[in-house]
Design a binder for this molecule. Sequence first.
Ligand SMILES: CSCCC(=O)C(=O)COP(=O)(O)O
Ligand SMILES: [Mg+2]
Length: 229
Amino acid sequence: MIRAIVTDIEGTTSDIRFVHNVLFPYARERLAAFITVEQYNEPVSTILDNLREEIAQPEATTAELIEVLFAFMDEDRKSTALKALQGIIWRDGYVNGDFKGHLYPDVLPQLEKWKSQGIDLYVYSSGSVAAQKLLFGYSDEGDITPLFSGYFDTLVGAKRDVQSYRNIATQIGLPPTSILFLSDIHQELDAAEAAGFRTTQLIRGDDDAASHHYQVPSFSNIKPEQIPS
Ligand SMILES: CSCCC(=O)C(=O)COP(=O)(O)O
Ligand SMILES: [Mg+2]
């Protein structure tokens, strides 16, 4: 029996175009000025030190780090430091009403249904936990954060690493076979499956012929009660 569902965000609950055409440019335009002003203040000071460690350049200057962050943004690197900074910058955008967190219309009704059936709901995204809470706290459908029992980001591990899913199962406190992971990316689902999770792939756009995972176009097609554990 499925007792918990862990969902990805980008391409799963929310349109990739919202992340790439709204969120990422918003952070990109403000990143250099933000770091210049905040570099000696917490939490930015610690995040920059973490970035120095991540790139193994303990002496890197702020200007060099900004250059690295721009390169990371160009390649959509899921760097924990970049994700932390983006999350802080996005806060203003949500609070000022510049944008709301996109949700596909099929997501909220299904999350509510699963929650009412006693299934615990979690999020796992490369976006920082703070950024996840903002997206769901300021979503198209209002604040839906009360639906979630917990959030995981790259601090638990990378999304394509099997160990990340073992860590998530341990933290949730359930056997992996009773947890369903939802994502649009088959490499993430492969890793979750290798850890023992049940998997379902959201196909919100293009087909993925390279995937062997059960595929659905919408949350309304997912029936956890029919998935054997
Ligand atoms: C928390 S919203 C921003 C998502 C993000 O920054 C990202 O890189 C997308 O990662 P995901 O793991 O949700 O595909
Ligand atoms: Mg995704």
